[in-house]
Design a protein around this ligand. Structure first.
Ligand SMILES: [Zn+2]
Length: 392
């Protein structure tokens, strides 16, 4: 019996959205070169997501073609399945190869801006803590690196990979804040006599907490014993940035600015005038719940609303993909609003942490990854802060 000819557009939309989700899950974005500057037929210079382009447009075109050729629903389904399987095999193969070679992939997302995209996941023995984004801005005289990564090994491999793109000297390093996934490769840059910027309070925490956290990284994630020696990190090798400074990489001016208390006690961001791009570190998280253990949540919300004031075209977060739309800042903002409300409610009603986990999650943040684990890691410290603020 031949199957009836059905209108299969709903089916195709479903398959497309599943494919999109699937592609994101296996990390196709990072592997395929991430977001590249792909021409949008409607808007010539619009930045488009590569995955979106690949799947949505290709499938739109191919489903139209298939329809024209009067292929029935089952035939289309069969082809789609074939394509899914070959994509899966291809990308698993790629991913396996990359993991085997321990290679650091850099992504030129904008002219002269390279990103190492960290995965939105917990630090583990496989990713070795390389979970945050690290960026290099290349000028015609020198290079600025934003964040040093989790380890000496990472920093060395990052620089080696960077050398494939430019042999210009690395003149500046911005450490966005003290957290290990951003800061612990710093010693490699100190040895190279790079000019390093960090917030002063963040520096003192780096020195204070560093040795203990580093020992845990060696023990739990298999970092090298000589990962970082905090005795080699001293004030005279670091520049404390309290407000802002503009540096010139040749043809390229970059503003480095301290946004003050937000995700930590002092978050440094960078702004590239050439491409009108903010590099925000952990002030912004895209696609996952923002870590907030060391944050001041109300001040952080204020910073996002008021201090990213230059009219940017692109923004590179500390975790997650580059964005070009202000609405995407809601990934961080809505999560922080949720935390702020939850902490206030818990304090006023005397709820325990286990009860906070029962609070309804607003639908605007349903899609964020790592909500429970992030909540668990940060909520106790925040409750103490909120209690002090709202009770005493
Ligand atoms: Zn952080």
């Amino acid at each position: 019996m031949t199957p009836p000819k059905t209108e299969n557009s709903v089916q195709i939309i479903l398959i497309k959205s599943h494919l999109f989700f699937f592609a994101k899950t296996i990390g196709i974005k990072k592997i395929s070169g991430g977001i590249g500057k792909i021409m949008d037929s409607k808007n010539e210079n619009k930045l488009r997501n590569f995955t979106e382009f690949l799947f949505f447009d290709t499938f739109n075109v191919s489903s139209i073609m298939l329809k024209i050729r009067f292929l029935n629903f089952f035939m289309i389904n069969y082809f789609l399945k074939l394509i899914i399987i070959s994509f899966f095999l291809f990308f698993s193969f790629l991913k396996y190869n990359i993991a085997e070679n321990n290679q650091i992939l850099l992504n030129e997302v904008l002219p002269g801006i390279l990103i190492y995209y960290g995965e939105n996941e917990e630090p583990n023995e496989i990713n070795k803590g390389a979970i945050a984004n690290k960026i290099a801005i290349i000028g015609n005289k020198s290079i600025l690196v934003y964040d040093a990564g989790p380890s000496k090994e990472f920093a060395e491999r990052f620089i080696k990979e960077l050398r494939k793109y430019s042999k210009k000297p690395i003149k500046y390093l911005v450490i966005s804040h003290r957290h290990f996934d951003h800061a612990y490769g710093i010693e490699v840059y100190i040895k190279k006599k790079v000019t390093i910027f960090i917030d002063k309070t963040e520096y003192s925490y780096l020195k204070k907490e560093g040795p203990l956290i580093n020992n845990l990284l060696i023990k739990n994630l298999g970092f090298n014993e000589d990962n970082i020696n905090f005795d080699n990190i001293s004030e005279e090798k670091i520049n404390f940035l309290a407000d802002s400074i503009e540096v010139n990489l040749g043809n390229r001016r970059v503003l480095i600015k301290n946004l003050g208390i937000a995700h930590t006690k002092g978050d440094l961001i960078a702004y590239d005038f050439n491409t009108n791009t903010y590099i925000t570190g952990d002030v912004i998280f895209i696609g996952r719940a923002a870590a907030f253990s060391d944050a001041n949540i109300p001040m952080w919300i204020n910073v996002i609303n008021n201090k990213l004031d230059l009219s940017w075209d692109y923004l590179i977060p500390g975790h997650g993909s580059i964005i070009n739309n202000k609405l995407e800042l809601n990934d961080t903002k809505n999560w922080l609003y949720f935390l702020d409300n939850a902490a206030k409610q818990a304090v006023s009603e005397g709820d325990m942490i286990s009860e906070i986990f029962q609070y309804p999650i607003p639908k605007e943040i349903h899609h964020l990854k790592m909500k429970s684990i992030t909540l668990r890691q940060g909520i106790k410290k925040q409750l103490d802060l909120y209690r002090k603020k709202y009770i005493e």
